[in-house]
Design a binder for this molecule. Structure first.
Ligand code: SAM
Length: 288
C-alpha cells in the first residue's frame, strides 16, 4: 500500500469514516519525493531514535521506520489511532502516543527509550500542524530537547522568518531566538498542491541542527530574550526608546548599555544580529 497516494488517503478516509479536522492542521502529504526529502535531510541512522510530531495517516512515520531503530510518533487525534494501527501496526519498533505535543514531556520520552536500549542519535521530524508551528518549535528549544536535529515542514512564511537575517523584512524575534539554539537550513520549498486537503499557503522544510555550544556568551539568557522582545516589539521605535520596554530600564540606563555594546541608539532592533543582541543584553544585565 502506497500511503502517500491520494487514492490511498481517500480510501482510508472512507473505510474508517475519518473526518479531517481542519482546526488540528490536518493536511496530509501525498508526494513521495517530499517525504524522501524530509527523511534524507533528517539523516536517520540505524541506531537512531526518531520522534515524529503529528503522524496523521503514518506516511512519514512509515518511511522513517525503514531507517531508524525506534520511532515514537505523537498524535493528538484519537480518530487516527485505528488507521495508524493498520498502517504501522506491523512495525514493532514504532509506537504511537496519543498526546498533545505541547503537553508532552519529550525529554522524558527520550530518556525512557534510552534507558531500555542503546540509541545513537535522536532526530525529530514532522509535517507540523501549522496552527501551532511556532509554539512547538519554541517549546522544544526552550525545554532544551535532547535531540540532534529537528527537520520539519511548516508554512513557507514561518520558515523564511526563522531563517531570516538583519535588515530583511522577514527578520524578527523568532529568527534570533531559533538561530541562538540552532543552525538553520532550508531543505525544500513545497507547493500547496501536494496535500489533501490543500492548505491556502505554501510550505517549506527546515532543518534545525541543535547547537552543542551556544554561539554567544550570555550573562542572563532571560534578559537576552527580554531585549529581543523589546527590540522587535515596536519595530518603528529606535532601540533607545524600545529598550525602555525591558522591566526596570530607564532611558539613561539604555543609553549607557547601548554605548557599552557599541550600538548606535538610533538603530532599530531589526538591524541587530545575534552577537549584537548578546552584547546589548549583557550590557543591560550589568545595569539592572
Ligand atoms: N504527518 C502527516 C502527513 O504528513 O501527512 C500529517 C501532518 S498534518 C499537517 C499534522 C498532524 O498533526 C495531524 O495528524 C494532526 O492531527 C496532528 N496534530 C495537530 N495538533 C497536534 C498536537 N497538538 N499534538 C500532536 N499532534 C497534533
Amino acid at each position: 500500500m502506497k500511503l502517500y497516494q491520494p487514492s490511498t488517503v481517500n480510501e482510508l478516509r472512507n473505510r474508517y469514516g475519518f473526518k479531517i479536522t481542519k482546526s488540528l492542521g490536518q493536511n496530509f502529504l501525498t508526494d513521495k519525493h517530499i517525504i524522501d526529502q524530509i527523511i534524507d535531510s533528517a539523516d536517520i541512522q540505524p541506531d537512531d531514535l526518531v520522534i515524529e510530531i503529528g503522524p496523521g495517516l503514518g506516511v512519514i512515520t512509515y518511511e522513517a521506520a525503514q531507517k531508524a531503530k525506534r520511532v515514537i510518533a505523537i498524535e493528538i487525534d484519537k480518530n487516527l489511532l485505528p488507521i495508524l494501527h493498520e498502517t504501522l501496526g506491523e512495525l514493532e519498533h514504532v509506537t504511537v502516543l496519543n498526546q498533545d505535543i505541547l503537553k508532552s514531556d519529550v525529554n522524558e520520552i527520550i530518556t525512557a527509550v534510552k534507558e531500555q536500549e542503546h540509541i545513537g542519535g535522536v532526530k525529530i521530524i514532522g509535517n507540523l500542524p501549522y496552527y501551532i508551528t511556532t509554539p512547538i518549535v519554541m517549546k522544544l528549544l526552550e525545554e532544551g530537547v535532547d535531540a540532534d536535529s529537528i527537520t520539519v515542514m511548516m508554512q513557507k512564511e514561518v520558515a523564511e522568518r526563522i531563517q531570516s537575517s538583519p535588515g530583511k523584512k522577514t527578520y524578527g524575534a523568532i529568527s534570533v531566538a531559533v538561530q541562538y539554539y540552532c543552525q538553520v537550513e532550508m531543505v525544500a520549498k513545497v507547493p500547496r498542491d501536494v496535500f489533501i486537503p490543500q492548505p491556502n499557503v505554501d510550505s517549506a522544510v527546515l532543518r534545525l541542527l541543535l547547537r552543542k555550544e551556544k554561539p554567544v556568551e550570555l550573562l542572563d539568557e532571560a534578559m537576552f530574550f527580554a531585549c529581543i522582545r523589546a527590540g522587535f516589539g515596536q519595530r518603528r521605535k529606535t532601540l533607545l526608546n524600545s529598550l525602555t520596554g525591558v522591566k526596570g530600564m530607564t532611558k539613561g540606563l539604555a543609553e549607557e548599555a547601548l554605548s557599552e555594546a557599541k550600538i548606535e541608539p538610533t538603530r532599530r532592533g531589526e538591524t541587530l544580529d545575534l552577537e549584537e543582541f548578546a552584547a546589548l543584553s549583557n550590557a543591560v544585565t550589568r545595569r539592572l
